[in-house]
Design a protein. Structure first.
Length: 94
């Protein structure tokens, strides 16, 4: 079976939130042999999910920011065959 082209996308439940409100991040990825998805929320918090060699993944992360500010949240998928690819989204906490 031919590998899928390495790709990643990220969607959020909201782009603006108040401090303490949880934002849901849905990461969709595809590739040849996905090893995992790592999420960096832009405030020094991180999370990760192992995908065990899957060709596709849909992973949901939740995060609440504690301080007002503008954050760059980024997701990175690692593929055993094609390397890494990232996507990011801007979150405003006010």
């Amino acid at each position: 079976m031919d590998p899928l082209p390495l790709d990643i996308g990220i969607e959020t439940s909201r782009a603006t939130a108040a401090p303490g409100e949880t934002i849901t991040f849905v990461v969709s990825a595809q590739g040849g042999s996905l090893v995992g998805v790592a999420m960096a929320f832009g405030d020094s918090s991180r999370d990760q999910f192992a995908t065990g060699g899957a060709r596709t993944a849909h992973v949901t992360f939740g995060h609440a920011y504690s301080a007002v500010g503008l954050y760059q949240a980024s997701a990175t998928v690692t593929d055993a065959e094609a390397g890494d690819k990232s996507a990011s989204v801007e979150i405003r906490v006010q």
